[in-house]
Design a protein around this ligand. Sequence first.
Ligand code: KE4
Length: 428
Amino acid sequence: MAESRELSRRAFARAKQLIPGGVNSPARAFGGVGGEPIFFERGEGAYLFDLDGNRYLDFIGSWGPMILGHAHPRVTEAVVEAARRGTSFGAPTEAESELSELIVQAVPSIDRVRLVNSGTEATMSAIRLARGFTGREVIVKFAGNYHGHVDSLLVAAGSSAATLAVPNSPGVTRGTTRDTLVLEYNDCAGLSRAFAEHGPRIAAVIVEPVVGNMGCVVPTQAFLRALRNETSKAGALLIFDEVMTGFRVAYGGAQGRFGVSPDLTTLGKIVGGGLPVGAYGGRAEIMDHVLPAGKVFQAGTLSGNPLATAAGIATLRQLRDDPPYERLEQLGARLESGLRDAAQAAGVACCTARVGSMLTLFFHPGPVTDWPSASRCDTGAFARYFWQLIERGVYMPCSQYEALFISAAHTEADIDQTIAAAREALRP
Ligand code: KE4
């Protein structure tokens, strides 16, 4: 049972004097569940420890990167070793080729890859490259899909299906979002209407091949096929944003699991093993348009730096040499059915969605297949469930619209403990 969180409270009060909202990313601010964020001191395996010494089973895993669990010895040693040799040179190192080679070997649709510092940089660069390669301007995205804080993708759907996007953040201009179309996820008819109307102007479609950012929402095979067929037919590029799903739902990502090959892939999170690495990659004929091979500008002081690449290399080697995916599948299925049974026993209208070790318990009778359905979740009920679990030492994602992640460090006993805690948390 979590005891006091007085030191977290004081840390938050201090942080708010220095950092907007006291956090360096809004996802951490507990806006979706109320209350104040918990400040942590360290992580170890499946656990996080807060400033007050409370221990929590962690199902955020830094929003995806920590698939091996916190402070995995192979990753920690690699980072310490690299740091001893210097943290950044601003010049090429072999480690960048080593990490790039691991990515190319894991993802058949990628011949060339450019390393950057975040998922946002990866998606921003991929859509610039798609526009540069095709000479077209329109980008299609889907409501409920998040691709980082890229100005042209910070848009909300308007009223009709193929909607000219409306900026959903101050500072994003209509000019920036003028060439962004927002469609509904899993809506094949809407996709084909948009291509019928705008096809020759569409540079690319960017999509989360499994959505994590409205909670976990699974694509239909028909939708994945339609994405591939419509873009190929129109000469537009298909960009799979696998920042979350890459090396998560399979070693080869969602594209490997579902057997659909995009033209460009964006990566992040796991490829950095908890350090700042993003990447975008695809066929050489496309990627060789990136400066200095081609003319599409993209740059970054710390791109591929020795410390971050060391963490990424150690993580991908561990995943390649000792793949945890079967066990993650079993743990995911165990947790999913346990949460579903707990909700049913409590008479709470819930449904679940899961791919491998990423899953969501939606406070919604279901099914949740797109943003309109996801947006009807009972977020108040979710918030109560979240805090009940915190009091029982279980740290779930602090929003109904985030997926939870199981790591290779979680055990069956951890899952069963979580299910037991959920049974109590959901009891009316
Ligand atoms: P970053 O710039 O945060 O590294 O990646 C942006 C991004 C791009 N694409 C997808 C599919 C993503 O999920 C993300 C970032 N995910 C969020 C959590 N859902 C990161 C958490 C945060 O913003 O603090």
